[in-house]
Design a protein around this ligand. Structure first.
Ligand SMILES: Nc1ncnc2c1ncn2[C@@H]1O[C@H](COP(=O)(O)OP(=O)(O)OP(=O)(O)O)[C@@H](O)[C@H]1O
Ligand SMILES: [Mg+2]
Length: 381
């Protein structure tokens, strides 16, 4: 939940699609109508909502963002509409809701598709009357002039068919509809976005900004980007953190970009994958940059089952990418004494995380016509 100052937001991209989105933003900004923004996770729905507000006649007013996911009904209702003193335990005084805090401004309801059936009714009532009724009050408290922008990565017509989203609410929200296409449908924007975020994170982390080789660019262009621009941004930061030197080659890229595209469903699965990659990233950074040992950074977390096998394999993979497949060097890289070599390998074998080293000895890539193939690798050893 946030009330934002009008900080600068940018929608980068030169593709026809981005030009179209920018034109639609201007069009939506000129009207005061409600906007429903849909699209996969990480495509820029919030960026679009902010730009609509900033370019609209309400720009001098506030933009209040409320994320409808993950909040219990009572809390969400109280955040939006406020409550009166004594309406529930802990309600010591009257409290205004966020809708009242943005007079002549914009309220951005993110993840509106996650609202419970009851909250959908409450929202619908507000949209029909414009009246705010605080929790615990017996009549409406005031009327507000706010513009509503909503966003979701759910397919609302499908939710309506399944009976989980109200059709009447959908028609209220869906006045101006903006659908933001996934990054893989505007792949020509990838170089610009990647350069932008790589430069940004290299500056942030005070590391040299590498030149991107054509082969690395081909990998970026051939990837499906299930997490869209958020994932691209995350990859750029991971590379900046690795401080790889003057040039960026395919082997410097995270291995998931090098594999043939898995069919990742948008939404929860992609978000979970990103959360995991952040945990892996954090652990490898602790070892690579802060000298922490594998035995303290990774081992206990894995044994407590807070790290999956796939994550452990990924950590091994990241190391082997740097050591060119050499396990002895990996032991040193992850800050273990040489004599731990056997113990380390035994541990990996026991948990089925000992990866064949051969595939890290070359750059088995052949890029072309938008897809990236990995050459056959030697059998496990
Ligand atoms: N065209 C763009 N140019 C630059 N940065 C962008 C662009 N689109 C998105 N981003 C960045 O990508 C990240 C994800 O964008 P945003 O939060 O708007 O996505 P979203 O569609 O709301 O995702 P979610 O559905 O997961 O909430 C943000 O860091 C945002 O700044
Ligand atoms: Mg969002």
């Amino acid at each position: 939940m946030s009330v934002s100052p009008n900080s600068e937001v940018r929608l980068l991209g030169k593709s026809e699609i981005v030009r179209g989105i920018l034109a639609d933003i201007d069009c939506a900004a000129r009207s005061g109508a409600k906007v429903l923004i849909t699209g996969e996770t990480g495509v820029g729905k919030e960026v679009v909502a902010r730009l609509i507000h900033q370019r609209s006649a309400r720009a001098a007013g506030k933009l209040v963002t409320v994320n409808c996911a993950g909040l219990p009904d009572s809390l969400l209702e109280s955040e939006l509409f406020g409550h009166v003193r004594g309406s529930f335990t802990g309600a010591y005084r009257d409290k205004p809701g966020l809708l009242e805090m943005a007079p002549n401004g914009t309220v951005f309801l993110d993840e509106v598709g996650e609202m419970s059936a009851r909250m959908q009714v409450v929202l619908l009532r507000f949209l029909e009357t414009g009246e705010i009724q605080r929790i615990g009050a017996d009549r409406s408290h005031t009327r507000v002039n706010v513009r509503l922008i909503t966003a979701t990565n759910r397919d609302l017509p499908k939710e309506i068919a399944a009976g989980t989203f109200r059709e009447d609410l959908f028609f209220r929200l869906n006045v101006i509809r903006m659908t933001i296409p996934p990054l893989r449908e505007r792949i020509e924007d990838v170089p610009l976005l990647f350069e932008h975020y790589l430069a940004y994170y290299c500056e942030q982390h005070h590391v040299e900004r590498p030149e991107i080789t054509q082969a690395a660019l081909d990998v970026l262009l051939g990837y499906r980007w299930p997490g869209n621009i958020r994932e691209l941004r995350n990859v750029a930061e991971r590379i900046a953190l690795k401080s790889i030197g003057q040039v960026l080659r395919p082997a410097d890229l995270p291995s998931e970009l090098l594999r043939p595209a898995p069919q990742v469903a948008p939404g929860a699965a992609a978000a979970a994958a990103l959360a995991h990659s952040a945990q892996v990233e954090e652990m490898t950074q602790r070892m690579l940059r802060h000298g922490e040992s594998f035995w303290s950074a990774v081992y206990p977390v894995f044994m407590a089952r807070d790290l999956t096998r796939a994550d452990l394999r990924r950590i091994v993979e990241i190391g082997l990418e740097s050591t060119n497949g050499n396990y002895r060097l990996l032991v040193a890289l992850y800050n273990m004494p040489n004599e731990d070599y056997k113990r380390f390998l035994g541990f990996l074998r026991k948990h089925n995380c000992h990866l064949p080293f051969q595939r890290f000895r070359t750059i088995p890539l052949r890029a072309g016509s938008g897809t990236v193939h990995r050459a056959p690798v030697a059998a496990a050893g």
